[in-house]
Ligand binder design. Structure first.
Ligand code: CA
Length: 238
């Protein structure tokens, strides 16, 4: 069972989401305004948030930032009627982990929720190895901690999963389709812009952490393979 925060001002959608989540065994808290949602996040921990972008009081993007500040480990899924690539990109850059464009099928939403919650669980001992190392970068999957010489990268959940996935097959070309399927959802059919946004965030965090250490930390490089995907290469010799 997971605790899910629903932020949606549309009565019909809000009620449908609340009912669907509850009947799937989750605990749902529904708020109609961004203000109330942020207040709720002060008092209760949520595993996942379904966040409408068009809210009556605060812009959904700002609500997303506020939620992530309060609860960095919460998975935020944006629900948007604005099928605008820009909104989605801004949403993902403001910390959201995923998005769905309205109208969506409830079965799709529930599948997405399930996939996120499964990945948010600490990995079992029979899944990923506990730790990956590349140069000065250490990624501890058990503790979900990524650091360059003890300087934490502060990755968002999907960024962490993506880095761990790349490290698991370091030096190997991974296709976009494979990465999307492994890190997001096996049924992912949406735009794959999400992947590029997350890759660029991971690159940024790697280089920021490397720059903060003295001497500069040695970190792996994520190479773009045009028309195919990405490959993580270990840091080269100085
Ligand atoms: Ca709305």
């Amino acid at each position: 069972m997971a605790t899910v925060l629903v932020v949606e001002d549309d009565d019909k959608i809000g009620r449908t989401l609340e009912t669907a989540l509850t009947s799937n065994g989750h605990q749902a808290a529904w708020h109609r305004t961004g203000g109330n949602a942020l207040q709720a996040a002060e008092h209760s921990e949520f595993d996942l948030v379904l966040l409408d972008l068009g809210l009556p009081d605060i812009d959904g993007i700002d609500v997303c930032r506020g939620l992530k500040q309060r609860q960095p480990r919460t998975v935020v899924v944006i629900l948007t009627a604005r099928d605008e690539e820009m909104d989605v990109i801004v949403g993902l850059e403001s910390g959201a982990d995923d998005y769905l464009v309205k109208p969506f099928r409830m079965t799709e939403l529930l599948a997405r929720v399930r996939a996120h919650l499964r990945r948010a669980e600490p990995p079992g001992t029979d899944t990923a190895p506990a730790t990956y190392t590349s140069g000065d970068l250490v990624v501890d999957c058990q503790r979900r901690r990524a650091a360059v010489r003890d300087r934490e990268l502060n990755l968002r959940p999907k960024e962490f999963d993506l880095l761990a996935r790349l490290l698991a097959d370091a030096g190997t070309a991974l296709s976009r389709t494979q990465l999307m399927a492994d890190v997001w959802d096996e049924n992912w059919h949406g735009p794959t812009k999400t992947l590029d946004v997350h890759i660029s965030a991971v690159r940024q965090r790697l280089s920021d952490s490397a720059n903060e250490t003295e001497p500069r930390g040695q970190v792996p490089v994520i190479t773009t393979l045009r028309g195919h995907g990405y490959r993580l290469d270990p840091p080269g010799p100085c």
